[in-house]
Ligand binder design. Sequence first.
Ligand code: FES
Length: 146
Amino acid sequence: MAEVSVGQLACRAGVSVATLHFYEQKGLIQSHRNAGNQRRYNRRMLRRVAVIKTAQRLGFSLREIADMLSELGDQQDITKDNWQRLSQQWHQALTERIDSLQRLRDELNTCIGCGCLSMDNCQLRNPDDALGEQGPGPVLWERKDS
Ligand code: FES
């Protein structure tokens, strides 16, 4: 069977029918209508749903996943090469997030957690005085007014 109904795909992928409709609405998966005007999915969509669910589990947003999948072009099949490319991309993105979280954790060590959230002293509120580089005065306040 090359094609499956939405219910069959949902059952085999372990997701709800509503989830599949949502993915389709977001352009993450595709279907077509058969002669009876029923939605049909190529079995390749099963792998695509697995990739989407895995990416979500790793913390990627649906927008990010859509961007990644669109880079594969119109090719709807997730080949071994595509999968390797995606997983390398994910690995790099996860490494960057981990580095960012570690920096944030280290900055927490410089914050004494006093609750001041000082623009001058608190590394969590204003790391490396990034706001100071945007000019003198209450930069955030002035941005709010414009
Ligand atoms: S909250 Fe006071 S230094 Fe961070």
